[in-house]
Design a protein around this ligand. Structure first.
Ligand SMILES: Cc1ncc(COP(=O)(O)O)c(C=O)c1O
Length: 371
């Protein structure tokens, strides 16, 4: 088992040895031990989402696949065919939710802001006031395209005040940034195993309001992505409808134990914040410019402008860093050339310092003069 390369990516990301090792046994998917494992994971995820145990307002529904699978399943299951949707877009993942609405023939409009600009609660309030036909709002918490933090708590209050339903894509924030259904009113929060929870990829989950879920039978236009059916099967049998990603779940259980040991959401968020600050400080010292203003930056992933100077070539920069054991990530914003460096996963402050040192070495080798 090797630690190289170390991933500075938004997931899949670097995982601990114990999480990888948890995959070294086989599980029978219909066996009681695996049924208990599934239940334990669901309850732990509910706890992280602030669901009160005893009389839970929300239930965790696990589903096979990457993050997009659970986003699609949630939209298609929870939103009736005659609904009208407002999608908040300031990056690729908001845009993807709009595409899901389009494919599943749900009527929608978008509120689009620039990739470096969060939507405001006031904009949402005004729009919902103007268009009474809107029933549902879809929002991304941390838009991983740029790394921007959207004001989800304020947006949730605006949507709740207007009496509409909110679905939150918290893919890249769940487990590291506070998001509790006890104080953020929402129909659902969706996320996956392989981001801030530091599991391996292969399973997503939605923390869904139980009343809304109970009323969502026959909304879905897909069999495998029908979250209602998936939920019913878990409720009735404790089992997965179709082959579960057994090893992924075993790894996730270990990752959740480590999440707790890290100090839960608060502890993990703090480590990522330290990583993020160390990275930005170090890269600024070298002459790199972050894309976002500091107050908009989530401690998840940082977008940097590609230097527009002679000798800088991203492909070469990337491969030279990889040769040194550091894997960074290409840019995704649409208007400027950029690259991204993730702050999440099994990486510590000293790894960020080592990465910045490696960047300094690579830049010198390439003959790039940043200052
Ligand atoms: C905010 C957000 N939503 C959705 C997704 C889609 O997840 P996946 O690529 O696992 O399908 C991602 C992936 O990075 C994401 O960051």
């Amino acid at each position: 088992m090797t630690d190289k390369p170390l991933l500075f990516t938004p997931g899949p990301l670097s995982t601990s040895k114990a999480t990888k090792s948890a995959m070294l046994r086989d599980w029978g998917s219909r066996d009681t031990e695996f049924i208990a494992l599934t239940r334990e994971i669901s309850l732990t995820l509910e706890k992280i989402a602030g669901v009160e145990q005893g009389a839970p307002s929300h239930n965790c529904v696990l589903i096979q696949g990457s993050g997009t699978f659970v986003v699609e399943a949630t939209i298609d299951t929870l939103i009736p065919r005659d609904a009208n949707i407002l999608v908040l877009v300031n990056g690729a993942y908001g845009r993807r939710m709009a595409k899901i609405c389009q494919i599943h023939e749900r009527s929608y409009i978008t509120l689009e802001t620039d990739e470096d600009t969060p939507p405001t609660a006031n904009q949402v309030t005004q729009l919902l006031k103007k268009d009474k036909s809107i029933t549902h709002v879809l929002a991304v918490h941390c838009e991983t395209t740029s790394g921007i933090l959207n004001p989800i708590s304020e947006i949730a209050s605006a949507v709740a005040k207007a009496g509409r339903f909110l679905i939150i894509d918290a893919m890249s924030s769940f487990g590291a940034l506070p998001l509790r259904v006890s104080n953020i009113k929402c129909a659902a929060i969706v996320a996956s195993s392989n981001k801030c929870l530091e599991g391996v990829p292969g399973v997503g989950f939605a923390i869904v309001d139980k009343t809304i879920l109970s009323n969502s039978e026959k909304n879905a236009s897909s069999l495998s992505l029908d979250l209602f059916d998936q939920w019913q099967n878990f409720e009735n049998t404790g089992q997965w409808r179709f082959t579960p990603p057994t090893h992924v779940l075993a790894a996730l259980r270990q990752a959740l134990i480590e999440h707790d040991a890290d100090g839960g959401v608060e502890g993990r968020g703090y480590r990522y914040l330290e990583n993020c600050e160390t990275l930005i400080q170090g890269m600024k010292t070298l002459g790199f410019k972050p894309y976002l203003r500091n107050e908009l930056q989530a401690p998840i992933i940082v977008t940097f402008h590609q230097p527009r100077i002679k000798n800088f070539n991203f492909a070469e920069f990337y491969s030279r860093l990889l040769e040194r054991g550091f894997m960074i990530y290409p840019g995704k914003i649409t208007k400027v050339d950029s690259f991204r460096i993730g702050c999440i996963g099994q990486i510590q402050k000293f790894d960020m310092k080592n990465l910045v040192e490696a960047v300094a070495g690579v830049v010198a080798e390439m003959g790039v003069k940043l200052k």
